[in-house]
Design a protein around this ligand. Structure first.
Ligand code: IPE
Ligand code: IPE
Ligand code: MG
Length: 247
């Protein structure tokens, strides 16, 4: 009998510390069923649960989910509203369970662009889960990789102008400290669902040496098995970081 994926992951021993996910394909999932796009987003909430539980089971320490991009603000208002309602519903229905499982949630991005209800939901879920020590869950909302880098450049420029730092002293660590993800290790593994082969402005700085795993499954159908398959795929990679092969 084949070993179950979790035992294989443990036997391989190199569990990715930080897994990032572009949760894609909700609209197509709904269209295939003759449903409105927002039905796909709502169904996607189950997949978020699967990803969180699977990450905890596998021993992943940081899970970063792309929930809403800077460019997604260009979608029809009705779809934006549905996604914001979903964020509120997720915070409301999941905060206790997440706290109980030791998950610390942070919502990262240009949160100031959110409406007051969505901002209240962000406060609720962050406050309720503050001490979680099992998994750090980053929900990237109103997030764009280029915008994040521009913001970092602006903040560094301000400090130079105010005489607080010397431009010569600016290095990668200093830029890293200006990012939403400051203090976190870069993602080891990126999973994108729905088969699309692009980065779509996600974590541009942080993914310099991230391993990519493209899954054809549409996000609402994603289960922990898909996560385990991605981790097993990752465990077969030889990460060279520009050096020569290690095996
Ligand atoms: C991902 O699903 C969710 C968000 C981008 C908010 P999509 O809404 O992009 O679904 P597709 O890619 O159109 O199928
Ligand atoms: C990326 O998916 C953003 C999120 C998953 C939140 P999109 O569906 O917005 O990306 P494109 O438009 O296909 O590149
Ligand atoms: Mg999409």
């Amino acid at each position: 009998m084949a070993a179950d994926p979790l035992s294989l992951i443990r036997a391989n021993g190199r569990v990715p510390c930080h897994v990032a996910v572009i949760m894609d394909g909700n609209g197509r999932w709904a269209s295939k069923r003759g449903l409105p796009r927002h039905a796909g987003h709502w169904e996607g909430m189950k997949a978020v649960r699967e990803a969180v539980e699977g990450a905890c089971a596998a021993g992943v320490e940081i899970l970063t989910l792309f929930a809403f991009s800077t460019e997604n603000w260009k979608r029809p208002q009705s779809e934006i509203d549905a996604l914001m309602q979903l964020l509120c519903a997720y915070a409301e229905s999941e905060h206790e369970d997440l706290a109980g499982h030791g998950v610390e949630v942070r919502v990262l991005g240009e949160i100031s662009r959110l409406g007051s209800e969505a901002r209240a939901a962000v406060d609720l879920i962050e406050d309720a889960t503050r001490d979680g020590a099992v998994l750090r869950l980053n929900l990237m909302v109103s997030y764009g990789g280029r915008e994040e880098i521009v913001r970092a450049a602006g903040r560094l420029a301000e400090r130079v102008r105010d005489g607080r730092i010397d431009p010569e002293a600016i290095d990668e660590d200093m830029v890293e400290r200006m990012l939403f993800t400051r203090g976190l290790p870069d993602p080891d593994l990126l999973i994108r669902t729905s088969g699309e082969l692009r980065i779509s402005n996600f974590l541009l700085w942080q993914m310099a040496y991230t391993e990519f795993h493209i899954a054809s499954v549409l996000w609402p159908d994603f289960t922990r098995k898909d996560l385990f398959a991605a981790i097993l795929d990752y465990q077969r990679r030889d990460r060279r970081f520009g050096r020569v092969a290690t095996r």
